[in-house]
Design a protein around this ligand. Structure first.
Ligand code: PLP
Length: 401
């Protein structure tokens, strides 16, 4: 049964997987090719050169891996660490929790720093751990840049500052699965050692490509890291990079062409414009939430996410019912509340290839759904607040000026 069918388009507003642009879909609609031809070699080289631009690094080494964000986590950890290594990991939502579970499964000694869901990573506790770690037993700090469960974006510059203050050599390993391409991340400037993301979020591609970028320090660490790894071993890639053949195994040709088309769209719009667009969509969403009289799950304004907003519903309403009804009645896909916040929040993902009028459609759908489930909302209130802001802030489309 193809439930995807419905008149008009599905309004896809989950925080990943996101909308795939027509341009990318067309670029991917092609036959397989021999991945050992000069054409695919040149395509791969262009992708490796260009992908690092959105991580803002010139010194990092990128790996394009057939996997998802979860595999990209594993690649980052196993290539840089050895079993038993102590790592500090922040628990602020479902994705940081899942990552911590993986870290434990991989036999690292995980020092979990927990915050209430909706709060950012507790860096005061990190500071006290660094201050007492005179022997530099802590080998890595693992942090989710944008916690997709709660719409909280951590300030990575503060982590770097603390490590520098204590002259601590720990690696900084960052999950940027729902931030890269939507929220500014400056790998070189901020001294981040490994950044991981996946294709189905801000890059607006199908799921299936994990992207890992490693700093020179992380590459150095990989030479002595003893964690078992085979498929994810960076060395497999590095050997092929040296020969210019690039691929230790068969890549998805379609995905490579898709990534090329997706990056071209990002650069055509201008990467900084893409980041501004995400900020604009997020701000418009928050204005609507305020107009509805609802609260943001993220507790502090400075941590508001530009890619997802988690909205807290009153205790007499089940947020799952909102998500279910929006899909069944309005062909609108919203994100559910996960784990601790299940039933309590729903999420609007404003990430990837989206524009303002699409967002207004989503906000209209949310308003109607809120009314459906018995929340006293004035129809048009959120859409009005968002459009009043957007009308004054949307620039001309860069390619049409
Ligand atoms: N990290 C974050 C912040 C995520 O939002 C997700 C998925 O939504 C993941 C990791 C896991 O990625 P994947 O589902 O691609 O394995």
């Amino acid at each position: 049964m193809d439930f995807a069918y419905g008149p008009g388009k599905n309004h896809l507003f989950v925080p990943g997987p996101t909308n795939i642009p027509e341009h990318v879909i067309r670029a991917m609609n092609r036959n397989n090719e021999n991945h050992r031809t000069p054409a695919i070699t040149a395509l791969t080289k262009s992708l490796l050169d260009d992908i690092t631009k959105i991580f803002k690094t010139t010194s990092g080494t990128p790996f394009l891996i057939p996997t998802t964000g979860t595999g990209a986590w594993e690649s980052a950890l196993t290539n840089t660490l050895s079993p038993g290594d102590r790592i500090v990991s922040f628990l602020i939502g479902q994705f940081s929790l899942l990552w911590i579970e993986q870290q434990k499964q991989l036999n690292f000694n995980v020092d979990v720093v927990e915050s209430d869901w909706g709060e950012s990573a507790n860096l005061d506790i990190l500071e006290s751990k660094l201050a007492s770690d005179k022997t530099h037993a802590i080998k890595a700090i693992c942090i989710v840049h944008n916690e997709t469960t709660t719409g909280v974006t951590n300030d990575l510059t503060k982590v770097r500052k603390l490590l520098d203050e204590y002259r601590h050599p720990a690696l900084i390993i960052v999950d940027a699965v729902s931030s890269i391409g939507a929220i500014d991340l400056r790998m070189d400037e901020w001294g981040i050692d490994v950044v991981v993301t996946s294709s189905q979020k801000a890059l607006s591609l199908p799921t299936g490509m994990g992207i890992v970028v490693a700093s020179p320090k992380a590459i150095e660490a990989s030479k002595s890291a003893k964690s078992l790894r085979s498929f994810f071993d960076w060395n497999g890639y590095l050997k092929f990079y040296k020969t210019g053949a690039y691929w230790p195994y068969t890549p998805s040709i379609q995905m490579l062409y898709g990534l090329r088309a997706g990056l071209d769209l990002i650069f055509e719009e201008g990467f900084e414009n893409v980041l501004l667009r995400h900020k604009r969509l997020a701000k418009a969403t928050r204005l609507a939430v305020e107009a509805w009289g609802l609260k943001n799950c993220c507790q502090k304004e400075e941590y508001y996410s530009a890619s997802v907003t988690a909205i807290v519903v009153p205790p007499n309403i089940d947020s799952g019912e909102i998500v279910s009804r929006a899909w069944k009645k309005y062909n609108l896909s919203l994100g559910v509340g996960l784990n601790k916040v299940a039933g309590k929040v729903f999420r609007i993902g404003h990430v990837g290839h989206l524009n303002e009028l699409q967002l207004l459609g989503c906000l209209a759908g949310v308003e109607m759904t809120l009314k459906d489930v018995g929340y006293p909302v004035k129809l048009g209130s959120g859409v009005g607040a968002a459009s009043a802001y957007l009308q004054n802030n949307i620039p001309l489309i860069p390619s049409r000026i």
